[in-house]
Design a protein around this ligand. Structure first.
Ligand code: FAD
Ligand code: NAI
Length: 464
């Protein structure tokens, strides 16, 4: 039986990054993945394919609605959807092969097969052949799977999850999306740009409700202007498919609505995935929501078994899983790493993009912290005007007394990239004035951040 310093179960961004960091630190490392390709949800059916489809549909949308204004006449552009989906798959293949390469380069042993605990140091791997390995330390990185609504059957043909939505063979005529969260808005955006009628049915009174409320409000305004149907404060009660069409019934304050479409995407959250892991054989405890229970050092109820990423508490984000993978590897190597969970940015890759880091206004109010707000719109920024991206704003929240930045919330062009400046500033506990005094290149959309910081500092934005 092969013996390792560390065995990692699951090769998503949590697992494979943990494996690389373990190998860098001199630990003999194995990784176990039940699918034939490495990279987990993120690379195969999550972050990467969704961004590939978002980019393709964004380019089509620009060709359709913006090129003529730029003085570029190309006639009426058309979509070769088969090619678009093939390109997406090409991007996925390139990325997953990249992970294979990194495993080889770092001399990490890869096992393909379902990993399950025999006991607290032994893992059985059920793949093409059955193997058993032992390890001094084990990291559970088994990720998550889409959740559903009680009583709703996901047939994967007409009633689909994000996985099927990323590999459809036709553009839906009408796509109903249950859940106006991150997946619902991103994939709803993809198909809306490609010409589908899109109806979002959301239980909460706002879309992207987990972010600062001002972002959902502005995004709702923009999506409605673009022609998306938003049914907010509506709880879906039934989803019935006859094989060709799907009927969705939802209850709102004004009564019941019935919608009919050719496809229905269920995007109501994801749940930790531990099926088949036999965690109990190792004595690993799960919490009431089926997640692996961990302490602040990501140790499970068994001290030499750790868990990271979507399978534990906290945000279900690839970069959070990666940071946790690095943290566990460094703990195993005797270091004392730390993650600042307050500074994990959240991003929605719609257009306009949405991002946030730190505390929301709602959280600050609830905590009774006194704060100042500095907000600046993209429509007053030269680069945004040049690119005709006028919707959105940057909002900076700073402590009323000390001026320390407590959070920033953005909606606008490429704010997915712009949020990094604030995360960096907050890590160094910058004040709004610190950001306002830094020279930002002109003309860039980053000047909107500077102006928002000026507005927060002393209400002295220059261009408003
Ligand atoms: P996963 O990536 O889920 O990987 C877990 C792996 O473990 C899987 O490969 C699974 O097959 C394997 N596994 C499970 N059980 C076993 C077992 N017993 N034996 C062997 N292998 C096993 N996050 C972002 O930060 N940015 C985004 O843009 C983004 N976009 C997304 C878009 C979509 C459509 C979806 C669905 C998710 C998106 N996410 C995004 C979330 C992101 O994909 C997850 O947060 C991330 O993949 C979690 O990483 P992980 O390593 O914890 O688990
Ligand atoms: P989510 O939690 O973001 O949104 C789910 C939405 O469904 C919520 O707004 C909820 O109110 C609504 N809902 C639940 N039950 C409902 C019902 N019966 N009727 C109507 N609405 C209902 O979950 P989502 O979008 O499925 O994403 C799952 C995870 O994947 C997220 O945690 C997210 O972090 C991650 N992800 C991240 C991305 C990114 O970082 N850009 C992209 C896509 C996913």
């Amino acid at each position: 039986m092969d013996n390792y310093d560390v065995a990692i179960i699951g090769s998503g961004p949590g697992g494979y990054v943990c494996a690389i960091r373990c190998a860098q630190l001199g630990l003999k490392t194995a990784i176990i993945e039940k699918y034939n390709t490495l990279g987990g949800t993120c690379l195969n059916v999550g972050c990467i394919p969704s961004k590939a489809m978002l980019d393709s549909s964004h380019q089509y949308h620009d060709a359709l609605h913006k090129f003529a204004d730029h003085g570029i006449n190309i006639g009426t552009p058309t979509v070769d959807f088969k090619k678009m989906v093939e390109r997406k798959q090409g991007v996925v293949d390139q990325m997953t092969k990249g992970v294979d390469f990194l495993m080889k380069k770092n001399k990490i042993t890869v096992y393909v097969g379902m990993g399950s605990f025999v006991d607290a140091n032994t893992i059985s791997i059920d793949g093409e052949k059955k193997e058993t390995i032992s390890a001094k330390n084990i990291v559970i990185a088994t990720g998550s799977k889409p959740s559903s609504i009680p009583g709703v059957e996901i047939d994967k043909k007409r009633v689909i999850t994000s996985t099927e939505a990323l590999s459809l063979t036709e553009i839906p005529k009408h796509l109903i999306v249950i859940g106006g969260g991150v997946i619902g808005m991103e994939l709803g955006n993809v198909y809306h740009r490609l010409g589908s009628e899109v109806s979002i049915v959301e239980y909460a009174p706002s879309i992207i409700a987990s972010m600062d409320a001002s972002l959902g409000k502005e995004m709702g305004r923009v999506m409605k202007k673009q022609g998306m149907n938003l049914h907010l404060s509506h709880k879906v009660t039934s989803v019935v498919s006859n094989g060709k069409t799907v009927t969705v019934t939802a209850e709102g304050k004004k009564g019941e609505i019935k919608l009919e479409a050719d496809y229905c995407l269920v995007a109501v959250g994801r749940s930790a995935y531990t099926a088949g892991l036999q965690a109990h054989n190792a004595g690993v405890k799960l919490d009431e929501r089926g997640r692996v229970e961990t302490n602040d050092h990501l140790q499970t109820s068994v001290p030499h078994i750790y868990a990271i990423g979507d399978v534990v508490k906290g945000a279900m984000l690839a970069h959070k899983a990666e940071e946790e993978g690095v943290m566990v590897a460094e703990i195993l190597a005797g270091q004392k790493p730390h993650i600042n969970y307050n500074l994990i940015p959240g991003v929605v890759y719609t257009w306009p993009e949405v991002s946030g880091v730190g505390q929301t206004e709602e959280q600050l109010k609830e905590a009774g912290i006194k704060y100042k707000v500095g907000q600046f719109p993209f429509r007053a920024n030269g680069r945004a005007v040049a690119g005709m991206d006028l919707d959105g704003f940057v909002k900076i929240l700073a402590d009323e007394t000390t001026d320390e930045v407590l959070g920033a919330h953005m909606i606008g062009p490429r704010v997915a990239d712009m949020i990094a400046e604030i995360a960096l500033a907050m890590e160094f506990r910058a004040s709004a004035e610190d950001i306002a005094r830094i020279c930002h290149a002109h003309p860039t959309t980053s000047e909107v951040t500077k102006e928002a910081a000026l507005a927060a500092t002393a209400n002295r934005a220059i261009h408003s």
